[in-house]
Structure formats: structure tokens, C-alpha cells
Design a protein around this ligand. Structure first.
Ligand code: MRU
Length: 347
């Protein structure tokens, strides 16, 4: 089984260090919301739902440090804590979703004492983690119906247990298909530059004895053309109201290739990843990271000293390239704008 991504221990948070997997299994201890913000920024913890769980626990840690003041000041301080956490990464909407949920709960319980509010927030962060795992299992059950026995699924980045509270979104669908007795093989894109595919997806699937074959990102077109891929399943960081989907850099390229080869392209994501306040993908903030992640590999330079590099961490797949969204509430097919509105209106 894949080791736990994140957990709450007494008065601190423990995260598996995803920067050094699979060679070393090490844990990072966070004692404050500053530690959590740093861990999110430095990719100790990554993946949209896992970032949401970490942010919730970061809010709880921050809340525990607000001592001996009245509720009004507590709520003001909590807002500031949310401000620190929300600035850690821009693309995954689960981050602000979790922070806003924690802030709203605190405001709704403004009649409580500071000590009671602190416990309410710790409990809520644990609830968010438990709900995430449950959501992934429901998503898996819904999505596995789309996978045929004997299918080979290509995935990009890591949308597995490590990217979530546990079980995974895209990999959760694969796990559910395996649990339903289907023989499933996975092709994992290595996912340059952070190598979430080779380091994390291949690690997770190997832990679970699910057959996985690694390819470099630029092999995806060839393997599709040769008929090795029956479906693509990826996760998402933010889904706009029209269905345009931000996910790990390279996902857009995979979606274009899937369309060219008439291969179904599925996005598995919880409803918390859908951001109805954003009309289309062009408005989704795309994180740019340090050039060194491209010019260096394991600390060693792999390009000429002064060369400039672009390092966009995400790209946007147009809704037209998405065959369907797999969510905890079911499979959503186009037209997405209408489907999302009726789903959210009925909740
Ligand atoms: O930069 P990362 O590793 O946080 O990017 C992660 C992804 O793009 C995942 O595919 C996405 O967050 C979905 S995780 C269930």
C-alpha cells in the first residue's frame, strides 16, 4: 500500500516528502501554518486535493497558535493565516476552497470561545481529509464503469493517493477497476520536470502490484498511434465553468493526441476542483516555477550555464478535448456548462 500522504499528530502535521520519493521515504513535520505554506510551495506535498487537505490542517495549526484573545481578534488573525496559505501556489483551486471552508465555519461558530473554535477547526481539517478519501472512493466506483477488462490506461503526472488524502482520483478509478476484478495496465508519462509520473505514479502502482510501464512524455503520441492506449485518465487542478481544465503541464498535449487518435480522454476530479467563478480556462492562473527545475536534474545542470528556460507548471485542456468528467456525483458529459450548473444548483 502507498504510505500515508498527510496526517495530524497531537499538535503537528506530518507529510511524506514527495520531493525525494521513491528513493527515500522521509517525513516532514509542520508545526505552524508557515511550515505548511512552505511545504506546499516547495512541493513536499502536491496534487490539488492533497494541497486542500494540507491547507485545512495549516489553518488548524495556525488557529492553535492564536492564544488568549477574544473571538473577534481570533477571526481576524485566522483570515491572515488564510492569506499566508493561499499565496503558496496559485493554480489548484482546492487550496482556496479549503481555506474558505475553514474561515466560513469559524465565522458560523463565532459564539464559541477561542479554545472551542480551535478544536472545531482541528476537527474540520480531519473531516476534510476523511471526506477526500471517501470522495475518491466514490469517484473510483463511478469511473471504473468506463474501463473495460484488459484495458491499458495512459495517465499524466500523479493523481493518486499521494496527490490526495488517499486512494487518488485518476489512480483511484484505476484502483477501483482492479478491485472490481478487471485486468488493467497503466502507461505512466514521466512528467518532466518534477517527474511525478516516474517517481510517484510508478511508485504507487508498484506498491499496489498494478502493472505500470513508464514512458518519457514525448513517447505518448507514438504509443497511441501504435494502438497501445485504450483510454487516458488524468486529474485536474482547476476546472472552469465551461469545462476547460488546468492540469499538469503536458496534459494539453496528451489531450490533443488522444483526440487525434480517437482515444477517450477522461478527467477524474472532485466537485471541489470545479470553479464556477471562472468562466473559461484562459482565466485560470498558471503557476510559473524556478527555471532551475528545467535546467537542472537532481541538482546537476543539464543545459548550458546561462540558457533561459520556461517552467510553466500547468496548462489548460480545452473542454472540447474532454470526453467526460468523472466525479463523486457521477459521470458528467458535454455540454459541460449546463451540466455543471444543474449539478451545483441541485445541491
Ligand atoms: O504540481 P503538482 O504536482 O501539484 O501538480 C499535480 C497535478 O497536476 C495533478 O494532476 C492534479 O493536481 C490532480 S491530483 C489528484
Amino acid at each position: 500500500m502507498t504510505p500515508e500522504t498527510i496526517s495530524w499528530k497531537d499538535d503537528h502535521v506530518v507529510m511524506i516528502d514527495q520531493r525525494i520519493l521513491p528513493h527515500k521515504v522521509n517525513y516532514v513535520v509542520c508545526r505552524s501554518h508557515y511550515d505548511v505554506a512552505k511545504a506546499i510551495k516547495n512541493l513536499v506535498i502536491r496534487g490539488a486535493p492533497a494541497i486542500g487537505c494540507a491547507a485545512a490542517m495549516g489553518m488548524a495549526l495556525g488557529a492553535l497558535r492564536i492564544k488568549g484573545k477574544g473571538t473577534a481578534i481570533f477571526l481576524k488573525e485566522l483570515k491572515k493565516i488564510g492569506g499566508v496559505l493561499v499565496r503558496s501556489r496559485p493554480t489548484a483551486v482546492n487550496l482556496s476552497w479549503a481555506i474558505n471552508r475553514m474561515l466560513k465555519l469559524a465565522q458560523e461558530n463565532a459564539h464559541q470561545t477561542v479554545e472551542e473554535l480551535q478544536q472545531t477547526l482541528v476537527a474540520e481539517s480531519l473531516k476534510i481529509l476523511a471526506e477526500d478519501i471517501d470522495t475518491n472512493r466514490r469517484m473510483g466506483l463511478n469511473g471504473q464503469s468506463l474501463i473495460n477488462d484488459g484495458a491499458t490506461i495512459l495517465t499524466h503526472c500523479n493523481a493518486g493517493a499521494l496527490a490526495t488524502g488517499g486512494y487518488g482520483t485518476a489512480l483511484g478509478v484505476i484502483r477501483a477497476a482492479v478491485e472490481a476484478g478487471k485486468r488493467v495496465k497503466v502507461i505512466a508519462d514521466e512528467t518532466r520536470p518534477f517527474l511525478q509520473g516516474s517517481r510517484l505514479t510508478a511508485f504507487e502502482l508498484t506498491c499496489d502490484d498494478i502493472p505500470v510501464t513508464l514512458i518519457t512524455d514525448n513517447m505518448a503520441g507514438h504509443v497511441m498511434k501504435c494502438g497501445y492506449v485504450d483510454a487516458v485518465i488524468v486529474g485536474a487542478d482547476r476546472i472552469a465553468a465551461n469545462g476547460d481544465t488546468a492540469n499538469k503541464i503536458g496534459t494539453y498535449m496528451v489531450s490533443v493526441l488522444a483526440k487525434e487518435h480517437a482515444i477517450p480522454f477522461y478527467v477524474a476530479a472532485p466537485l471541489s476542483t470545479i470553479d464556477l467563478s471562472i468562466k473559461n480556462g484562459g482565466l485560470i492562473p498558471i503557476e510559473e516555477r524556478d527555471q532551475k527545475e528545467v535546467t537542472h536534474l537532481s541538482g546537476k545542470i543539464i543545459a548550458p550555464q546561462q540558457v533561459a528556460a520556461l517552467n510553466f507548471a500547468f496548462d489548460v485542456t480545452p473542454a472540447a478535448n474532454v470526453t467526460a468528467f468523472i466525479t463523486e456525483e457521477g459521470i458528467i458529459r458535454p455540454p459541460y456548462q449546463e451540466a455543471f450548473s444543474s449539478l451545483f444548483n441541485s445541491r
